[in-house]
Ligand binder design. Structure first.
Ligand code: NAD
Length: 499
């Protein structure tokens, strides 16, 4: 494992590495071992204000840099990230805990996004349209918005910043970035590579710290017209409220309570493999994690016993050990929350089939490890089947037919990802139409998004926007419609009837 030593890090403002104004710090520690990873500035409102000033000044020039040139910087960033894929992945395993193969996937997603958004530098398409009047030219163009406040979670500490910062930049915006306080080192590394790729001073700024100080100030700052947040529902509501006074643009990607449906005609081997990967991958700490399995009554028992068997075979350990299947959860608070849901499930009368406990011993006691947990005989309305747990816990629900399966799948406040395992094309198409989620998989688990398609969810998973693909451009630009009249006289739309 690459070891960096527990260095003290700084904010990055206007092209300079600087301490927080108040001189306070916080620590980042490995969730697997408790080892100190780094010490970071605990910033406050003054630090945010300086970063916004720097980003605001840089915007005047950056918006005028031709978009293809901006795209070339992103392309170099993608190449640098590819060169550093292994060391960044090792850092991720150490600071955030996910197993090394998944850490590499996280970095790869950012590489993919870099190249995709670099290409946008030569597209950023608008429209040209006919005019209803003679000698008049109509078009729509994308305009940058200004300083983008970027607030990210810890669970995809390289991929998620890339989904936000790269489209924001190629569109001509500048950025103030607050990485999650559980993964500040990865946020730092992301920006170091952007700077190495040639992003000019002030175009990207990093302010480390907590949501209640740094995040809240970013959202309320009058110089920040748009905020993009990925986080919990609770934080999304707080950010929306704080942004309302300034009528800001707010882009939210929030929680999920994703379901995998297994029909009686499914390939059960494939379904079980998909469920294990979706429920326990990243220790269940994915917004798209499968925390519900909705199985047809004819295959329910088989799915249940196979899943329990698979979960009990999984090896817990630090993510950098090659035979680890399940790494730690992010921190003690998460561990306690996950365990509290085990107790809630028991109290509600669900049957705990396996797991349900903190894992200790065998080198696990210094970290935050929770055994893969499966509840059977879960009723669709139980809290464990309704609320986001964000840990390695999944709930099995028995249904009689596809209608009931879809009703149960849709019967939650969230709408991020869904999946159906079936060999029947008619059922697959019905599920594709009727599952009320932003993403649906057929014969695959609930995870595995690709960067050129829109990513996000319906209902309380967000507020109607999408990340990634072309949809991301709509978040980070304003449309401007332009009319050029070259007739040399005053023509009046809707009034003159030109022929
Ligand atoms: P969180 O809401 O606790 O924190 C997210 C970020 O918001 C952090 O940087 C935090 O410091 C900041 N923050 C907290 N309070 C704030 C406030 N009042 N004002 C401004 N910023 C504030 O979430 P988390 O624990 O880091 O991440 C897990 C959550 O993220 C889960 O709910 C998960 O489903 C969600 N998530 C969603 C997606 C998606 O694309 N839909 C992807 C990944 C994670």
């Amino acid at each position: 494992m690459a070891v960096t030593g527990a260095r003290t890090f700084r904010n990055f403002v206007g092209g300079e590495w600087v301490d927080a104004a108040a001189g306070q710090t916080f620590e980042s520690r490995s969730p697997a071992t408790g080892e100190l990873v780094g010490v970071f500035p605990k910033s406050g409102a003054d630090d945010v204000d300086r970063a916004v000033d720097a980003a605001y000044s840089a915007f005047e020039e950056w918006r005028l840099v031709p978009a293809p040139r901006r795209g070339e910087i992103l392309f170099r960033f993608g190449q640098l990230l590819a060169d550093h894929k292994e060391d960044v992945s090792q850092l991720m395993t150490r600071e955030m805990g996910k197993v090394i193969a998944e850490a590499r996937g996280d970095v790869q997603e950012a590489i993919d996004m870099s190249f995709y958004m670099a290409g946008e530098g030569r597209r950023l398409f608008g429209q040209t349209t006919p005019s209803e009047l003679r000698d008049k030219f109509n078009m729509s163009v994308r305009m940058p918005i200004g300083v983008v406040g970027v607030i990210t979670p810890w669970n995809f500490p390289i991929a998620i910043p890339s989904w936000k910062i790269l489209p924001a930049l190629v569109c001509g915006n500048t950025v103030v970035f607050k990485p999650a306080n559980d993964t500040p080192l990865l946020g730092e590394r992301f920006v170091e590579l952007l700077v190495e790729a040639g992003v000019p001073a002030g175009v990207v700024n990093v302010v480390h710290g907590y949501g209640s100080d740094v995040g809240d100030r970013m959202v309320r700052h009058p110089g920040v017209p748009i905020v993009t947040l990925t986080g919990s529902r609770e934080t999304g509501v707080a950010v929306l409220k704080a942004a309302a006074e300034g009528l800001k643009r707010v882009h939210l990607e929030l929680g999920g309570k994703n379901a995998i449906i297994v029909m009686e005609d499914a390939d059960v081997d494939l379904a079980v493999e998909g469920i294990v990967w979706s429920a326990f991958g990243t220790s269940g700490q994915r917004c798209t994690a499968a925390s519900r399995v909705i199985a047809h009554e004819r295959v329910y028992d088989e799915v249940q016993s196979r899943l329990v068997e698979a979960a009990e075979r999984m090896r817990l350990g630090p993510g950098w050990e090659p035979d680890t299947d399940v790494g730690p959860v992010i921190n003690r608070r998460a561990l306690e929350k996950i365990h509290s849901y085990t107790e809630i499930g028991r109290d509600e009368g669900a049957r705990l089939l396996t797991g349900g406990e903190v894992a200790s011993g065998n080198g696990l006691s210094d970290g935050f490890f929770y055994r893969p947990t499966i509840f059977g005989d879960v009723e669709a309305g139980m809290r464990i089947a309704q609320e986001e747990i964000f840990g390695p816990t999944t709930a099995l629900i028995r249904v009689r037919d596809l209608d009931e399966a879809i009703r149960v799948a849709n019967g939650v406040p969230y709408g991020l990802s869904s999946s159906i395992f079936t060999r029947d094309v008619n059922r697959a198409f019905r599920a594709m139409r009727d599952l009320d989620t932003g993403i649906t998989y057929v014969n695959a688990g609930t995870i595995g998004a690709e960067v050129h398609l829109p990513f996000g969810g319906t209902k309380e998973t967000g507020n109607g926007h999408r990340e990634a693909g072309q949809a991301a451009l709509d978040v980070f630009t304003e449309w401007k419609s332009i009319y050029v009249d070259y007739s040399g006289r005053l023509q009046k739309a809707q009034i003159d009837t030109a022929t």
